[in-house]
Design a protein around this ligand. Structure first.
Ligand SMILES: *[C@@H]1O[C@H](CO)[C@@H](O)[C@H](O)[C@H]1NC(C)=O
Ligand SMILES: *[C@@H]1O[C@H](CO)[C@@H](O)[C@H](O)[C@H]1NC(C)=O
Length: 363
C-alpha cells in the first residue's frame, strides 16, 4: 500500500490520501527531456536490516531504467548515509545503463563502510552533503553547478529521527529546496513529523509500511514524476501527480545459445550469467568484485574495464589515463590496470613514466 502525504499535516497518517496503483494500465513511451542531476540518498547504517536494504538495489536500477532519459544531459549520483554520509557516486553522466546499474549494485557493499555508516542515520548530514555535491557535480573542485540543469534529490528515510533532530532535518531540507533542489521523500515506517517537510510538494512524498513491500509500488509514481519534472512544459500539481508513465524499452532476453558457460550481464557489471542446462541463471559477484569478461570470472573492480569504461588501446603497455594526468593505464593482455603516479607527478606518454608536473604536458 502506498500512501501520499499532505505537507501541512503533522499527523501524517491521518492526513494521508491513499492512491491505488495502476502500473501497466498506462504505459506511454516517450522521452524525458531536459538536463538534470539526480541524487539518491539511501539510509545504509546497521539500523536498516538487510531485508529492508536489499530491495534498494533492484528499485534504483528499475527507477533509472524506467525513463528514456537523455543520456547526454542527465547525471546520477548516490549518497549512502548512516552516522555519517558517504558520497558513494558523484553525479555522473548517465552515459550507460550498465555503469549506473553497476554503481547502484556496489551500494550493497555497505559493510565496507561500517565505520562511517553504523550507529544511526543522520539525515541532516546527508542533506548537507547532497547540497555540497550538487554545487560541485563532477567531484572536481571548482566545477560549479551545471547551467540550466535541474537538481533533484530523492531522499529515502528509515523511521523517524530523534526529537532533538527534527528541527535540523526540517531546516536542512528547506535549505536544499532554497538552493533550487527539487526534493522527493520516500519514507518507511514510523515517519516523524519532519518527514512531511522533505518533499517539495504534495506529489513528492511517499510513505510505506516497509521498503520491501512499498518500493516496487512507488516505482511508477516516482518514475513518472521525476520524468515530468524534467519537462519544463508540465507543472506538476496535486491534480496531476501521475501525468504519464514513461517506460524505457524492454531489455533483450538473455539466452545461452552459443555462449560460454559464464558470460557478462549486459546491463550490470556486478552480475553475470551461468548457463545451467542451457538456461541462463543470473548470479552476482561478491563484495568489491565485478565480472571480468576477459577472465570469465569475478575480479577486483579496479581491474575490470567494464566499470572504469577504460579500454586498452593495445594488448600490453602503459597508456595515459583518459581523464586524469596523475594516473596511467597499465595494460596486460588487454586488461587495464589503473595505476597512479607518485604525488606531484604526471604520466608522460613519451617516456612512458611519471615525471614532475612542471615538466610533463598534460592535455
Ligand atoms: C548529524 O550531523 C550534523 C552535521 O551535519 C551534526 O551537527 C549532528 O550532531 C549529527 N547528529 C548526530 C545525532 O550525530
Ligand atoms: C507553469 O507555471 C509557471 C509559473 O507558475 C507558469 O509561468 C507557466 O505558464 C506554467 N506552465 C503551464 C504549462 O501551465
Amino acid at each position: 500500500m502506498l500512501v501520499r502525504l499532505q505537507k501541512e499535516s503533522m499527523d501524517i497518517w491521518k492526513g494521508a490520501v491513499v492512491c491505488f496503483l495502476v502500473i501497466g494500465l498506462t504505459s506511454v513511451t516517450g522521452q524525458c527531456p531536459g538536463k538534470a542531476d539526480i541524487m539518491f540518498l539511501v539510509p545504509g547504517s546497521d539500523a536498516v536490516p538487510g531485508h529492508e536494504f536489499f530491495p534498494f538495489e533492484r528499485f534504483l536500477i528499475n527507477l533509472v531504467s524506467f525513463f528514456n532519459i537523455d543520456r547526454d544531459n542527465v547525471n546520477v549520483g548516490l549518497i549512502l548515509y548512516g552516522k555519517t554520509p558517504v558520497p558513494f557516486a558523484w553525479p555522473q553522466p548517465f552515459k550507460s545503463q550498465k555503469q549506473i546499474n553497476t554503481r547502484i549494485t556496489l551500494m550493497s557493499q555497505r559493510l565496507s563502510y561500517a565505520d562511517e555508516l553504523n550507529g544511526g542515520n543522520n539525515l541532516t548530514a546527508a542533506l548537507s552533503l547532497m547540497r555540497k555535491m550538487f554545487t560541485n557535480p563532477t567531484g572536481q573542485t571548482g566545477s560549479g553547478r551545471r547551467n540550466n540543469a535541474r537538481q533533484i534529490g530523492v531522499v529515502f528515510t528509515y523511521d523517524s529521527v530523534s526529537i532533538d533532530e527534527r528541527q535540523s532535518v526540517i531546516e536542512a531540507a528547506k535549505a536544499a529546496r532554497g538552493d533550487g533542489i527539487t526534493l522527493y521523500g520516500v519514507g518507511k515506517g514510523q515517519a516523524g513529523p519532519e518527514f512531511s517537510h522533505i518533499g517539495s510538494d504534495y506529489c513528492k512524498s511517499f510513505s510505506m509500511g516497509r521498503f520491501i513491500d512499498g518500493l516496487p509500488s512507488v516505482l511508477a509514481f516516482l518514475g513518472s514524476s521525476l520524468c515530468s519534472e524534467m519537462n519544463p512544459n508540465v507543472n506538476v500539481t496535486e491534480l496531476n501527480c501521475f501525468p504519464q508513465l514513461y517506460q524505457s524499452k524492454e531489455p533483450e532476453p538473455v539466452q545461452c545459445d552459443g555462449r560460454s558457460l559464464l558470460f557478462p550481464d549486459p546491463e550490470n557489471c556486478a552480475y553475470f550469467y551461468h548457463c545451467r542446462f542451457r538456461r541462463p541463471v543470473q548470479e552476482r559477484c561478491s563484495t568489491g568484485m565485478l565480472f571480468d569478461p576477459s577472465a570469465s570470472a569475478c575480479n577486483y573492480k579496479e581491474f575490470v574495464s567494464c566499470y572504469t569504461d577504460i579500454k586498452c588501446p593495445m594488448q600490453n603497455g602503459l597508456f595515459p589515463h583518459p581523464t586524469d594526468c596523475s594516473k596511467y593505464i597499465n595494460c596486460f593482455d588487454f586488461r587495464p590496470y589503473v595505476q597512479k603516479c607518485p604525488n606531484n607527478m604526471w604520466f608522460d606518454a613519451t617516456t612512458k613514466g611519471c615525471g614532475f608536473t612542471a615538466a610533463v604536458a598534460c592535455t
